[in-house]
Design a protein. Structure first.
Length: 125
C-alpha cells in the first residue's frame, strides 16, 4: 500500500511557492494526487460513483461511450465524473485511437483517523 498525502490548500500553496523560489526541492510525491482532507476523498466516493467504479472494474468498457450505455448516464456528465476520479488517482484513462477507456487502478483505500488530532492517513492499494 502507498500513502496518499493529506495537505491543506494553504500548505500546498506555500510548498509550491518555496519550490518556485528555489528554497527547497520539489517533494518526491509532488505529481501524485493529494487531498485536503479525508472528507474530500470520502465525498468523492458517493454511492453513485462507487457503482460507476464497480461497473468499470467488472465490465471493462472499451470506451466512455460504451460506459455511458452500460450505466445509462449522459456522456457529458459521465466525462466530468471520470475526470474527477482520474484526478483523484482512482482510475486511469487509456487511449485506443480516438477512444478513451477507463480502468480502475485502486483496489482498496484504508483510512486511519486520529479523532484527537489532524494526523489522518490514507493508504491506497
Amino acid at each position: 500500500m502507498r500513502r496518499v498525502k493529506i495537505q491543506t490548500l494553504r500548505s500546498l500553496i506555500d510548498e509550491m511557492k518555496a519550490v518556485a523560489r528555489g528554497e527547497r526541492p520539489a517533494p518526491a510525491d509532488a505529481s501524485a494526487p493529494s487531498f485536503e482532507s479525508v472528507a474530500a476523498l470520502v465525498g468523492l466516493l458517493t454511492p453513485e460513483n462507487r457503482r460507476l467504479l464497480n461497473v468499470i472494474r467488472a465490465q471493462r468498457p472499451q470506451s466512455v461511450t460504451a460506459l455511458s450505455r452500460m450505466t445509462a448516464r449522459a456522456q457529458p456528465n459521465l466525462t466530468r465524473t471520470l475526470a474527477k476520479l482520474q484526478a483523484a488517482g482512482l482510475i486511469a484513462m487509456a487511449s485506443h485511437g480516438r477512444r478513451k477507456a477507463p480502468t480502475v487502478i485502486v483496489r482498496r483505500i484504508v483510512v486511519d483517523i486520529d479523532p484527537c488530532a489532524q494526523r489522518d492517513r490514507l493508504l491506497v492499494a
